[in-house]
Design a protein around this ligand. Structure first.
Ligand SMILES: C[S@@+](CC[C@H](N)C(=O)[O-])C[C@H]1O[C@@H](n2cnc3c(N)ncnc32)[C@H](O)[C@@H]1O
Length: 285
């Protein structure tokens, strides 16, 4: 199971609502630690766009980490963040207020599996962003078809998915048997990788790129939030590990998660976040 994806099921409104706080925390930490990657990704979008996007729609925005990065990258754009969860959108509004962008970042509570609401004066959009969202859709084709219809000619959709859950630990963590994290992931991260090229083409898009971003950031690059992010991610995997790891590995993992221990994740300076995020770029011809 991949925890980023398991906390909100494909069409489950209730699960999306109920999981808001912890999931929003994780997504905000993710964006803080992976800020260099997000800057690279949005810089690439700026290069691909035929003009600076003025109207942007963030699909399945969560707490709006993508919306806020896009608002920063494109300072004249109005960004609409759409999500099924009011809790997520409240988090986004709080962050937008802190950053002084409430005039340019709007929220839209909607179940995007249904027909999208149309607000007066909104759209067509220049850019749509769907990060870690499309795999939640009941019928991704329906989402992409509506995205196509609401984009202007020449507009872009950027679909991003996580290839695998982030890893942090060195092979040898100083206690227990080496290779713990690999065994933990092999046992818990069983989601098949997403592939959206054909779905984008079927919805009418010209697929201009499919780019995997290979991310590897140590503490000097990722900043002090790296230890907290690693702790949250590994604690989430731990909650699924009881029946899939042997008792020695479980004991090692518990020691790593115990902040009082000298080898704990909280105290380490040898963490490095490693993950791959793939982005597909579709353009409305
Ligand atoms: C894994 S989170 C990704 C959030 C954000 N895009 C990010 O990258 O941080 C998926 C988001 O999709 C939302 N979601 C799931 N199903 C949805 C639906 N049918 N309509 C709208 N939003 C939905 C969830 O509430 C959640 O905020």
């Amino acid at each position: 199971m991949n925890e980023f994806h398991s906390a909100t099921g494909p069409t489950s409104h209730n699960r999306a609502m109920g999981s808001g706080g912890a999931m929003a925390d994780l997504l905000e930490l993710d964006a803080e630690v992976l800020a260099p990657y997000l800057a690279e990704l949005t810089g690439w979008l700026a290069e691909l766009s035929d003009a600076a996007p003025a109207r942007i729609l963030d699909l399945g925005s969560g707490p709006g980490t993508g919306s806020l990065v896009l608002a920063h990258r494109f300072p004249r754009a109005v960004v609409t963040a759409a999500d099924i969860s009011p809790q997520m959108l409240h988090r986004l509004q709080a962050q937008a207020a802190l950053r002084g962008v409430t005039d340019r970042v709007r929220t839209l509570q909607a179940n995007l599996d249904e027909t999208w609401p149309q607000r007066d004066g909104e759209g067509p959009y220049d850019l749509m962003w769907a990060a870690a969202f499309l795999h939640h859709a009941a019928v991704p084709h329906r989402i992409l078809t509506q995205a196509f219809e609401r984009l202007r000619t020449g507009g872009l959709v950027a679909v991003t998915e996580m290839d695998f859950f982030p890893r942090f630990l060195p092979e040898d963590v100083g206690i227990g048997r080496s290779g713990l994290e690999a065994r933990l992931h092999a046992a818990t991260d069983t989601r098949p990788p997403s592939e959206w090229t054909d779905e984008l083409i079927d919805a009418g898009f010209a697929v201009e790129a499919r780019r995997p971003f290979e991310i590897a950031l140590d503490r000097t690059q990722a900043g002090p939030a790296l230890n907290r992010y690693a702790h949250v991610c590994l604690a989430k995997l731990r909650s699924h590990a009881a029946t899939v790891l042997d008792t020695n590995d479980l004991a090692t993992l518990d020691t790593l998660l115990d902040e009082t221990q000298p080898h704990s994740i909280a105290r380490r300076d040898d963490l490095c976040v490693r993950t791959v995020r793939t982005t597909w770029i579709g353009r409305r011809p």
